[in-house]
Design a protein around this ligand. Structure first.
Ligand code: XUL
Length: 537
């Protein structure tokens, strides 16, 4: 009986250390949110002088970092705020977390000793002030490692081989190239580094009071892991820096219980000494969990840049897409697609064609037929990742044109072009469009019904939305319970509200968009060929 009461009253904490803020939610045993708190880096910690949580190097604008100590200070603050909100930390049975992917943290030699001896009467940031050999670690926005990317690809025989081993070709923001650059440019700091964490395992380390391992899902975003074998690839480690294996530690499955919470939190915040820390992971894997995405679903987050993910049974490598280990099922994978030109591009077209108004934009969209009379537009304000192109490209039924014949054609071309691209990449990953498939839309533009109707038609699949925002933070809290109890994921999340259907595709959708997707593929291939022939001239 006493045991049942303990279980009924238990709570779980889920953290999310994103680019701009640290957030946390306390959930009850039914996974309902009881309390939330957050710390915004720019405004709550102005002494670190970040912009959007990042620091852009004045002499090299591609070099983008964040002060590690700022994140440490945010932990002190967010727990105080949660306590003020009424959370009784003694009820917390397990904690887990999510964090921006790819960023790295460099623990100075001796840091693990400091972590073991933390004084509960002092702030963490005072005690950890001298624990980082590189005080400002590179984050995912950094694009300064092109040279190191080429070195990594060369080490295994080219970009395609690297993608076959690690799930992605070399990316500037991925951690392997970032570590290689630290080693090459700051050899003394590297030598003085005891351990390298991802942002996720760094935060887990703070709560664990000892060095936390990197989890397999977030570890897949480093260009260092053999994702099939679930371990670091020795040739890639060697190509980055000497002694890297011991600095990384072995990766672990994402639902691993790492151990009890550090005594610092027991003494300072009255955590129960039995509270368990479950491995922390990257924000994209955590979002997959927060959305409870299963097979047959394609999730699209329509934000500044658009990201999309899907559950994969097998690792299927697609040029420029990413394959990560799945955070829920150790034997499955997930695909991650990042499209650089998302809402800013939609806004640019809105401003040019629809008097800066979403209402007018939607009217224009609704006044044009599906398939847009055979017009197709691709708009890349900044160099796109998928595919690597920049500029505006407009095609009528037969050829490339400089302008479309009307504003409404331009508006529809922008939205259709963005979704057709997503369909093409989803198909490449084996997503069987229209055969029982479902789309889950999140992010700012998921409130726009006219845009979602185009999404439903292009994918010939119903589109759903979810009431709950903050999928990464919630996914982390669900993982805390999953890791602690070892219960089946579906059972754990069964009590959560189902997504709500907002649009169905029109019956003629596939007749229109299957050929348009093919046409998109031809057009993109032509543009890429044109670009590479210009480069070789
Ligand atoms: C994914 C990526 C971003 C960060 C943002 O590859 O770079 O989504 O995880 O937090």
């Amino acid at each position: 009986m006493a045991e049942d009461n303990v279980t009924a009253n238990r709570t779980f904490l889920g953290f999310d250390l994103s680019t701009q803020q640290l957030k946390v939610a306390a959930l009850n045993d039914n996974l309902e949110v009881l309390h939330e708190a957050h710390v915004k880096f720019d405004t709550d910690l102005p002494e670190f002088r970040t912009q959007g949580g990042a620091v852009i190097d004045k002499s090299d604008h591609h070099r983008i970092t964040a002060p590690t100590l700022m994140w440490v200070k945010a932990v002190d603050m967010v727990l105080d705020r949660l306590m003020m909100a009424g959370v009784d930390f003694s009820t917390v049975a397990a904690i887990s977390g999510s964090a921006q992917q790819h960023g790295s943290v460099y623990w100075q030699k001796g840091a693990s000793q400091t972590l073991l001896r933390l004084n509960p009467d002092e702030f963490l940031h005072q005690q950890l002030a001298h624990c980082f050999s590189v005080p400002d670690g590179p984050i995912w926005m950094d694009g300064s490692t092109a040279q190191q990317c080429r070195q990594l690809e060369a080490a295994v025989g080219g970009a395609e081989m690297l993608a076959a081993i690690t799930g992605s070709r070399a990316y500037e923001r991925f951690t392997g190239a970032q570590i290689a650059k630290i080693y090459q440019t700051k050899p003394d700091a590297y030598k003085n580094t005891e351990r390298i964490s991802l942002v996720s395992s760094f935060l887990a380390t703070i709560f664990l009071g000892r060095m936390a391992p990197i989890d397999l899902s977030d570890g897949s975003g480093m260009n260092l892991m053999d994702i099939g074998a679930k371990r670091w690839h020795p040739g890639l480690l060697d190509a980055c820096a000497p002694g890297l294996e011991e600095r990384l530690g072995d990766p672990v499955p994402s639902n691993t219980v790492l151990g009890p919470v550090s005594p610092y939190f027991v003494d300072r915040y009255n955590f129960n000494p039995d509270c368990r820390v479950v491995a922390f992971t990257g924000d994209n894997p955590a979002s997959l969990m927060g959305m409870r995405l299963g097979e047959g679903w394609f999730a699209v987050s329509l934000g500044t840049s658009d990201t999309a993910f899907l559950w994969l049974k097998d690792a299927k490598v697609v040029p420029d897409g990413h394959v990560l280990r799945n955070p829920v099922d150790e034997n499955s994978f997930m695909a991650l697609l990042c499209f650089e030109n998302g809402s800013l591009t939609r806004e640019r077209v809105r401003n040019a064609c629809a008097e800066r108004s979403w209402d007018i934009f939607n009217q224009l969209l609704d006044s044009t037929p599906r398939g847009n009379f055979g017009n197709l537009g691709l708009y890349y304000d900044v160099q796109e990742i998928l595919p690597k192109l920049e500029g505006d490209f407009r095609y009528n039924k037969t050829q490339r044109v400089a302008k479309f014949t009307s504003l409404e054609v331009e508006v529809r071309a922008c939205v259709e072009g963005q979704f057709i691209a997503k369909r093409a990449y989803a198909e490449d990953f084996g997503f069987d469009v229209g055969r029982g498939t479902k789309i889950l839309a999140t992010g700012g533009a998921s409130k726009n019904k006219a845009i979602l109707q185009v999404l439903a038609d292009v994918f010939n699949s119903p589109v759903y939305v979810q009431k709950v925002a903050e999928s990464a933070m919630l996914g982390a809290a669900y993982q805390a319970k999953h890791g602690l109890t070892g219960e089946n994921w579906e059972r754990i999340t069964a009590s959560l509200p189902e997504p709500v259907k907002v649009c169905d595709p029109y019956p003629d959708a596939d007749e229109i968009y299957a050929p348009m997707t093919l046409r998109y593929r031809h057009v993109v291939q032509e543009l890429l060929d044109e670009k590479s022939s210009k480069l070789t001239k």
